[in-house]
Design a binder for this molecule. Structure first.
Ligand code: SAH
Ligand code: SF4
Length: 400
């Protein structure tokens, strides 16, 4: 056995099956001697327990024979990523720092962030797709992180499992006492997913696609594809694949209306300039007025926030089934930018609103920004009703 295989074997000796695909489950079952003809049936049973019921122990799986469960437990666990820290804001927003199990003995434990934003009729989970990001958008903190590795599909699904555990969102679970976590007939605590945490999802395409397949499986976690949004900084060649292979909603981090500026803010623009990006949006499979593409636009003081740029934005998106999501810049230590002031955001939003974009949507970091940036909330009270509505809607993550 090679060293690499040896290390891998050592870890997979206690690998978790929480986050596994159907074929992973079949392989695990075959590995403990389940006969070929039984594999599909047994895998379906495990699937139901893991993803529909949220089982934490093999012993809980009542309709599966005990000896089989014991064999599974000798080799596998149902462990989730570990919650290294949890912050809860007054509005029910929760931010978790999650520690992933090491992929091998010398793997540093990878930590990622995952944010939950509750609203009355939905709850949105913002998940990470990578540890850090290989791109380095100049306004983004994640882009400055040195450590980068892709998360596996299981680690992406694991974030959803942690959230459902914590929010009492599996059958028989106990919801938090905050009264803010949505629930009721047909309402799940986690109803929507946005890939807007750390990383560029389209640079980890296969894992993201496989995770989406697990998340949307009707016998398990059962999330609707229309309630999953993948945000990209503009990895043009993968966008069509995303539409075809995942069928999820698309969000595009635009942030500038001309190539000279976008080259600076989102360096990937040098490879895939605005024209190519918008063409990929026009070609995005399934986009329509009922399934609009969200364009994210971070408000950077004196950089991209003039009325002329608001008009340019409207012009650029003409004819596209688009929503515009204005994101107040979230400052971080060492950042070279400041958030636009409120009058400026107000003016910008007014122009965008007058052009017919009445429903700007979501930023996963919105509430996080409010939590992080003390004055933001009180400042937002001072906004005129129009701009406040726009901002609030842009903070209201998720949709039907
Ligand atoms: N890599 C993907 C998805 C993760 S970032 C992407 O870039 O789209 C999710 C969103 O947060 C993006 O629109 C990103 O541009 C934005 N963002 C990054 N840093 C930010 C900051 N400091 N303040 C506000 N928004 C930020
Ligand atoms: Fe940040 Fe997204 Fe740019 Fe990566 S691609 S640096 S996560 S904004």
């Amino acid at each position: 056995m090679t060293l690499a295989a040896d290390l891998k074997a050592e870890v997979s000796a206690h690998a978790t099956l929480a986050g596994a695909s159907r074929s992973d489950l079949s392989r695990a079952l075959a590995g403990i001697g389940v006969a070929e003809r039984e594999l599909n049936m047994r895998a379906s049973q495990l699937w139901h327990w893991i993803y529909h019921r949220g089982a934490r122990e093999f012993a809980d799986m009542r309709n599966i024979a005990k000896p089989l469960l014991e064999k599974l437990a000798e080799r596998y666990t149902l462990a989730r990523p570990e919650i290294a820290a949890e912050q809860v804001s007054a509005d029910g927003t929760r931010k978790w720092l999650l520690r992933m199990a090491p992929a091998h003995r010398f793997d540093k434990s990878a930590e990622i962030e995952c944010v939950y934003i509750p609203e009355s009729d939905r709850g949105t989970l913002c998940v990470s797709s990578q540890v850090g990001c290989t791109l380095n958008c100049s306004f983004c903190h994640t882009g400055t992180m040195p450590l980068v590795r892709n998360l596996s599909a299981a680690e992406i699904v694991g974030q959803v499992m942690v959230a459902r555990d914590r929010l009492g969102d599996f059958p028989g679970g106990v919801p938090p006492e905050d009264g803010l976590t949505p629930r009721g007939e047909g309402v799940r605590a986690v109803s929507n997913i946005v890939f807007m945490g750390m990383g560029e999802p389209l640079y980890n395409f296969d894992a993201v696609r496989d995770a989406i397949a697990i998340l949307t499986d009707g016998d398990g976690l059962s999330l609707s594809k229309r309630r999953i949004t993948v945000s990209t900084s503009g990895v043009v060649p993968e966008m069509t694949r995303l539409g075809h292979e995942c069928g999820t909603m698309l969000a595009v981090s635009l942030h500038a209306t001309n190539n000279a500026l976008r080259d600076k803010l989102v360096p990937l623009n040098r490879k895939y300039p605005i024209e190519a990006l918008l063409q990929a949006c026009r070609d995005y499979p399934g986009a329509s007025n009922a399934r609009r593409i969200t364009f994210e636009y971070v408000m950077l003081k004196g950089v991209n926030d003039s009325p002329a740029e608001a008009r340019a934005l409207v012009k650029l998106l003409k004819g596209l089934p688009a929503k515009i999501n204005l994101i107040p810049f979230n400052p971080w230590p060492g950042a070279k930018f400041e958030c636009s002031d409120w009058e400026t955001i107000e003016r910008f939003s007014e122009i965008v609103f007058n052009a017919g974009y009445a429903s700007p949507v979501r930023t996963p970091r919105g509430r996080d920004i409010l939590a992080a940036c003390g004055q933001l909330k009180s400042e937002s009270e001072k906004l005129k009703a129009r701009a406040r509505m726009m901002l609030e809607e842009s903070l209201a993550v998720g949709q039907d």
